[in-house]
Design a protein around this ligand. Structure first.
Ligand code: THU
Length: 132
């Protein structure tokens, strides 16, 4: 699975975004070490704070299927695309809440694939919060 292919899956997932309040559709595609893919989109709510981002949708889908929490199915990369009214011209960076959720399940070198290039979790979250 290439980075470009993963981005394409994220773009496909963005088509399912339920973003009637912001008009900003986001798609994410999460790749595991064993080659499984979990996609997600943002799901908004009229009670705004209940909105869930695309990245967290994908990660929670994966964890609920037993991935991300054991050595046999680790998270390798996530591709993210987002844009207003279906125009995806700018890179969509993950929000702080999604970075914290990634931090729970992913190492520093977890790949974050955006339309502007490839980054690592440590680029966005160099000093992660952890309960020790
Ligand atoms: N959103 C995501 O899905 N992922 C992010 O990392 C940033 C924001 C969504 C939440 C909301 O539905 C819309 O984008 C506008 O904030």
């Amino acid at each position: 699975m290439t980075d470009k292919e993963l981005l394409r899956l994220a773009l496909d997932a963005a088509k399912n975004a339920y973003s009637k309040y912001s008009g900003f559709s986001v798609g994410a595609a999460l790749l595991t070490d064993d080659g499984r893919i979990f996609t997600g989109c943002n799901i908004e709510n009229s009670s705004y704070s209940l909105t869930v981002c695309a990245e967290r949708t994908a990660i929670f889908k994966a964890v609920s299927e037993g991935c991300g929490t054991n050595a046999s199915c680790k998270f390798r990369a996530i591709a993210i695309v987002g844009g207003i009214d279906g125009i995806f011209s700018e890179p969509c960076t993950p929000c702080g809440a999604c970075l914290q959720v990634m931090s729970e399940f992913c190492g520093d070198d977890f790949k974050i694939v955006l339309t502007s290039g490839v980054y690592r979790l440590k680029d966005f979250l160099p000093k992660r919060f952890e309960l020790k």
